[in-house]
Design a protein around this ligand. Structure first.
Ligand SMILES: [Zn+2]
Length: 231
């Protein structure tokens, strides 16, 4: 369930995170707010008005917590909702392992499965932390300083919004990103198994070690993947 802290839209408070939430909800319901970037510009306000026009006689372009527009926008049902996309909404870090696996590119799925099996056989307790994640979640990570980029291989999607992540973050359930992961040899083992599957491993990146991260193609292909995602 999405949360709105303050008003969004025409003359609204327009907090970054609220705007991101509204933009991604509008998008999931088939409205085009422009780039999902946390900035409430004319495209976002126009999309709010269009959405309001389906149930208000005088759309004002403003969404307030607890009021009619927000209740409609944050509800998952309704005729304007694309059922296929609703199943992919919400916090993807909380999805089941099966769902995270299903959110990966078809070429990445078998490779990640083999990595998980190999690591388990070596006595680790591997799990996927992130498969796909939405651009809205990516931007939150970026604004929080937890990611260096506004678009990553985790955000890859088909033009209709179906997840097709080119990356996965794999951690040991006992350690996560804590020092135990290195002490136990988990990161090193993950890097070895990733290479066995011909994947790029973030632990090799000298400027920003991304220990848990494996990806299907080299960084040089990010622009292509972004374009194919329609983002
Ligand atoms: Zn990652």
């Amino acid at each position: 369930m999405s949360v709105l802290q303050a008003s969004v839209g025409n003359n609204g408070n327009n907090l970054d995170e609220d705007v991101l939430t509204v933009q991604s909800l509008l998008k999931s319901k088939g409205y085009d707010p422009g780039p999902v970037d946390g900035i409430c510009g004319s495209n976002t306000i126009a999309a709010i008005r269009k959405f309001q026009a389906t149930f208000l006689t005088q759309p004002d372009g403003l969404i307030e917590p607890g009021k009619k527009t927000w209740i409609r926008l944050s509800s998952t049902g309704g005729s304007n909702t694309t059922p296929d996309l609703v199943q992919w909404s919400g916090d993807s870090a909380k999805w089941s392992q099966e769902k995270k696996l299903a959110s990966l590119h078809p070429d990445l799925q078998p490779k990640v499965t083999k990595i998980l099996q190999a690591l388990s056989a070596r006595g680790f307790q591997p799990k996927i932390y992130y498969g796909w994640r939405s651009v809205a979640v990516q931007l939150q990570l970026y604004f929080q300083g937890n990611s260096k980029v506004k678009f990553s291989f985790h955000n890859a999607q088909k033009p209709d919004g179906t997840p097709i992540s080119y990356a996965a973050d794999i951690v040991d359930d006992r350690f996560g990103w804590s020092p135990g992961a290195e002490k136990s040899g988990f990161w090193k083992a993950l890097g070895e198994e990733a290479k066995t599957q011909s994947l790029t491993w973030g632990g090799d990146w000298v400027n920003f070690r991304d220990w848990a991260h494996v990806q299907l193609v080299p960084n040089s292909e990010l622009a292509r993947v972004k374009q194919e995602s329609g983002l």
